[in-house]
Design a protein around this ligand. Structure first.
Ligand code: SF4
Length: 243
């Protein structure tokens, strides 16, 4: 049984709850409470809760076109959380430069995960993204992520529902293979993100002005609206780490 107190220093409008994060009923209760909160309030409620923040928490970022929104929310609230970046070895140089820029601007500590060298080398030599993109993603993304997932209780991710049909069906809190996923932005609209980035004059990914709206590995990313440019011409829509 994990005790989760949802009372913050600033307000007591969130009642104290005792929640077992392995129980669907209790996760539903968490979702009901957090649904009423803004993304900022969700982060604050999470990190002011002793039993939640004391768990092993990971935060991932792809440093894509919308990543700056969540990272800036952490920065504004002076929440220091290590950022995990899955370095597949196939990123655009622009993404790596953007990661360095945001890390410097927001004083981020970034931990890079990398695939096993021999498997990555095999994927590279075989151009696996052409012949078997699922295997390529498995080797370069899913497997490295599995290693860190084993060490964590809660995984915070900036997925948003408007990005595709799979994400549209996700809730703020979801259990996934023994870990609790926390999606504080899942119900945030595309316009809200754009307006936030404009309001705070945040740096944008250098490929966004060139027509790339969603950015992953360079072999599988093309210009396009939303996530249309990801795995263009293939039925694949997700790499598999969020399944
Ligand atoms: S996104 Fe493409 S290049 Fe990157 S791991 Fe998946 S299949 Fe390979």
């Amino acid at each position: 049984m994990t005790e989760i107190c949802l009372e913050t220093k600033e307000t007591s409008r969130w009642p104290v709850q005792v929640i077992d994060i392995h129980q669907d009923r209790d996760i539903d209760r968490l979702n009901t409470i957090f649904k009423e909160l803004s993304p900022e309030e969700r982060l604050r409620a999470f990190y002011e809760n002793a039993s939640l923040k004391s768990r092993k928490v990971i935060l991932t970022s792809s440093f894509g076109t919308t990543a700056v929104y969540l990272l800036h929310l952490f920065y504004r609230q002076t929440i220091r959380q290590e950022v995990v970046f899955l370095n597949t070895g196939f990123h655009f140089n622009e993404t790596l430069a953007y990661k360095e820029l945001l890390s410097s601007n927001f004083d981020l500590h970034v931990k890079e995960l990398q695939p096993e060298a021999w498997k990555h080398s095999f994927a590279r030599k075989q151009s696996l993204w052409k012949t078997d993109p699922d295997l390529c993603c498995s080797v370069n993304k899913v497997e490295p992520m599995l290693q860190i997932k084993k060490t964590a209780d809660i995984w915070i991710s900036g997925l948003m529902g408007w990005q595709n049909s799979h994400r549209r069906n996700l809730n703020i809190f979801q259990r996934q293979e023994g870990i609790l996923k926390f999606y504080p932005l899942i119900d945030v609209g595309e316009d809200t993100v754009r307006q936030y980035i404009e309001k705070w004059d945040l740096p944008i990914h250098p490929l966004k002005p060139l027509g790339y709206e969603s950015i992953g590995c360079r072999h599988c990313t093309f210009r396009g609206k939303g996530r249309q440019g990801r795995w263009l011409g293939k039925t694949k829509t997700e790499c598999g780490i969020h399944r």
